[in-house]
Design a protein around this ligand. Structure first.
Ligand SMILES: NC(=O)c1ccc[n+]([C@@H]2O[C@H](COP(=O)([O-])OP(=O)(O)OC[C@H]3O[C@@H](n4cnc5c(N)ncnc54)[C@H](O)[C@@H]3O)[C@@H](O)[C@H]2O)c1
Length: 365
């Protein structure tokens, strides 16, 4: 066909490939022909259907006769009523076990589409086309799907690998700056726990330049893929990816309770990484210079979150609800250097309190 399809890279994430590069969508077009689904449904939210669907259909001719299913943008779509509506839509269109679901969106859309694919008719095939940075480097990779229940995230779900994840970086052109930084936090984490040169490249890069971002997205997707390939059912090695998330989750939940600004996931993880790098230093695992560099870098990218000393106990209480903690003790993934980490380090509530106090004083300056 004349197009250089080799201009796409395939990364092995264990249960599925991640296809990246200028021709990722053309590769998807070719794969669709080979899979020969009985029917195809493209699931997106109002933003991704407006900003990304025209380009998807412009390149992937084999999707032009697909049915489109729209859900509302935002976390509230990861719900049972939304799933019921999609299951009913599929049934009304006589979708059988040969059907294919194509997710076009951020982590919300890929989580919902994956869950629908895992459950409809006891499982149909799906393909994920992430359109947010967080989706490209994290949410779409690894086969975890799920929806929320009673305000608790990802309570109901399944592992269901897609046939493939197709990453087309130009989709990020329409993504807002705050959303972009949300994904950058996970990329920084990938570098910090696994690859010092990746971290340094992110620190030096102009993050709003998509050409500069593209190779960094490929490196981050490769790090996430390697980790999930090692630990497909989340029994051990994936804990490496928890760095910044133990305190981050507590802060995220806390910010949604109070009067002040709500933190996005990546913003909370960025603060979590400042606190947890400091805990790593206090535990004698990380040198002071690296801790200071990480804190200064994260503070240059993310706005400060004002905490009162009296609020630390509530953040710690919310951390206790986190599924990652066992009994009364916290188990952290801490840094042993820039580019390496240790999982399951025991940390007391008093030490978490100190780390939050450290952050509070840092942003008060
Ligand atoms: N399954 C997993 O392994 C995994 C991992 C991490 C996160 N997640 C889940 O991912 C979700 C968060 O993902 P997210 O940050 O991508 O959120 P999201 O899907 O809500 O997307 C963020 C916002 O950006 C918009 N958007 C997406 N792509 C766009 C584009 N190209 N142009 C314009 N607007 C665009 C969306 O409409 C939405 O308003 C959470 O529900 C989280 O639980 C899942």
């Amino acid at each position: 066909m004349g197009t250089k399809l080799e201009e796409a890279t395939e990364i092995d994430a264990g249960g599925h490939p991640v296809v990246l590069g200028p021709n990722a969508l053309r590769v998807l077009d070719r794969h669709l022909l080979a899979w020969a689904p009985s029917s195809v449904f493209v699931l997106g939210d109002e933003n991704t259907l407006r900003h990304c669907l025209p380009e998807l259909l412009g390149t992937v001719a084999n999707l032009r006769s697909a049915e489109t299913i729209a859900i509302a943008a935002g976390e509230s779509s990861k719900s049972l009523p939304v799933c019921q509506r999609i299951w009913e839509h599929l049934a009304a269109h006589a979708a059988d076990r040969g059907a294919l679901i194509v997710a076009l969106g951020g982590g919300v859309v890929t989580d919902v589409a994956g869950f629908i694919a895992a459950t409809y008719k006891r499982g149909v095939r799906c393909v994920l086309v992430p359109t947010s940075l967080l989706g490209m480097v994290d949410a779409a990779i690894g086969g975890k799907t799920g929806i929320d229940l009673g305000g608790v995230k990802n309570t109901v779900g399944a592992f269901h690998d897609p046939l493939g994840v197709y990453v087309h970086v130009p989709f990020l052109k329409s993504l807002g700056k705050r959303e972009l930084l949300n994904g950058v936090a996970e990329m920084i984490k990938h570098g910090l726990v696994q690859d010092a040169s990746h971290y340094e490249a992110i620190r030096q890069a102009s993050l709003h330049d998509l050409d500069a971002l593209e190779p960094l997205i490929a490196s981050s997707a490769a790090i996430k893929s390697a980790v999930v390939k090692d630990d497909p059912r989340e029994s051990g090695a994936r804990k490496l990816l928890n760095f910044g998330h133990t305190i981050g989750h507590g802060l995220e939940a806390f910010s949604w309770e109070g009067q002040q600004r709500n933190l996005q996931h990546g913003e909370a993880v960025a603060i979590g990484m400042v606190c947890e790098a400091w805990l790593s230093w206090r535990a004698g695992l990380l040198d002071r210079e690296s801790n200071d560099l990480i804190a200064a870098h994260l503070r240059s990218l993310y706005k400060p979150f004002r905490l009162h000393g009296s609020e630390h106990h509530r953040v710690i209480e919310l951390m206790r609800n986190d599924k990652k903690n066992h009994g009364g003790e916290f188990r952290f993934t801490l840094l042993t250097g820039i580019g390496s980490a240790r999982v399951d380090v025991p940390v007391t509530a008093a030490q978490v309190h100190e780390a939050l106090e450290h952050y509070r004083l840092l942003v008060k300056e």
